[in-house]
Design a protein around this ligand. Structure first.
Ligand SMILES: *[C@@H]1O[C@H](CO)[C@@H](O)[C@H](O)[C@H]1NC(C)=O
Ligand SMILES: *[C@@H]1O[C@H](CO)[C@@H](O)[C@H](O)[C@H]1NC(C)=O
Length: 366
């Protein structure tokens, strides 16, 4: 990316046609599918569990403050429609479904418009604010992983009803499952609200999270899932909300929270490798998002980003979910921001992240 940034200055003094061509190539690069699946591999469905990173609208009808089904959320989504996705456009679940050639957008299981065809190509059970610690969803009245598992069982019964037992098992065994949780356990339950800090040091809390993650993965494996991507924790201390709450007058990254995320990741990763090697026919992969996000935060200009310490919504310091609403202004150009609200990346941020994730991990699954 450094090269084009330099050449834009040269082009700018040249003709406007050259500038147009430059932007054409820039856009062409971002729009290109980054993956090549092995020959004859098709992915029937993408199925997601977890928290707001892959919540596609599960919280819309829950009595909770963790919602995003109102403007300015969805500002760049199809028809500018807020859907409950916690960003301005698509989530990583949508992006991955599209890159794998499954479909353009992954609906929430609870979306009333989901029909048979949508069920067979995958849905998300994820609920913003949820986590591995059973306390985490309880604190904000959202769906726990146990709730999501119950809905997944209901889903399996439905697809068996549509295509029969054998084809349903085939779909489960060949689809990509995403399990994205842990951020809210650490950032909210442990640090911000702090109830778990009274009972656990960070190492034993990370053990609790890994143990719960392990049980969840074994549960979906027992129901037929085989290809499972388990996301690690991001650099939580650098989320704008955490900077505001704990980063002092300069809103620095909160080192203690970044270290907690790294400690948790360092416990989760070997456990995922252990599950991958012990559960027959499985491809269970730890997906690191810590390093790629921190790289953007440390060198934003290399990625065409200018603002990494604030979100685009409102002041950008604290607004998230119902606090990020239509009463607030948004930034002029969200493609220059890594974060949309004080907690979730923009479309630009997620696009950079997910392109890297897919490029790095896709071959482990197929
Ligand atoms: C892919 O499918 C075609 C047609 O069924 C077959 O001829 C070919 O051998 C397959 N390739 C691989 C690598 O399995
Ligand atoms: C998962 O296990 C398989 C063997 O069952 C192995 O080939 C593969 O490399 C493992 N994947 C990871 C990410 O460790």
């Amino acid at each position: 990316m450094m090269q084009p940034l330099i050449s834009i200055k040269i082009l700018y003094s040249s003709s406007s046609l050259t500038i147009c061509l430059f932007f054409f190539f820039l856009l062409a690069d971002y729009g290109r599918a980054k993956i090549m699946l092995p020959e004859n591999v098709t992915v029937p469905a993408v199925i997601a569990f977890g928290d707001s990173i892959v919540d596609q609208g599960a919280n819309n009808n829950l009595y909770t403050v963790i919602k995003a089904n109102f403007p300015p959320y969805g500002k760049e989504f199809i028809a500018g429609k807020p859907t409950g996705r916690f960003t301005n456009n698509k989530t990583p679940a949508d992006m991955i479904a599209k890159e794998l050639g499954v479909k353009e957008v992954l609906p929430a299981y609870l979306d009333p418009s989901v029909d048979d065809k949508e069920l067979l190509t995958g849905v998300s059970f994820a609920s913003g604010g949820s986590g591995y610690d059973p306390q985490t969803p309880l604190l904000v009245a959202v769906l726990s992983l146990a709730d999501q598992l119950e809905q997944f069982k209901e889903y399996i019964a439905k697809i068996k009803g549509i295509v029969g037992e054998d084809r349903a098992q085939y779909i489960l065994a060949n689809s990509l499952f995403l399990v994205v949780a842990g951020s809210d356990d650490l950032a909210n339950t442990y640090f911000t609200i702090g109830i778990r800090k009274l009972q656990y040091d960070i190492a034993s809390y990370a053990d609790l999270m890994v143990s719960s993650a392990s049980n969840f993965i074994r549960d979906i494996y027992a129901l037929g899932a085989r290809r499972i991507g388990v996301f690690g924790a991001p650099p939580l201390g650098c989320l704008p909300s955490q900077r505001t709450l704990g980063g002092g007058v300069l809103s620095m990254c909160v080192e203690e929270q970044n270290q907690a995320a790294q400690l948790y990741n360092s416990k989760l990763q070997p456990h995922i490798e252990y599950l991958n090697s012990t559960l027959a026919q499985s491809r269970i992969v730890f997906v690191d998002i810590y390093d790629p996000l921190l790289a953007i935060i440390e060198n934003p200009l290399q990625y065409g980003i200018q603002v990494v310490d604030k979100g685009c919504c409102g002041t950008g310091n604290i607004e998230v979910a119902i606090l990020c609403n239509h009463l607030l202004p948004t930034c002029d150009d969200d493609s220059k921001y890594l974060f949309w609200d004080s907690y979730h990346p923009t479309d630009k941020g997620y696009t950079i992240l997910i392109n890297q994730v897919i490029g790095r991990y896709v071959n482990y699954f197929f």
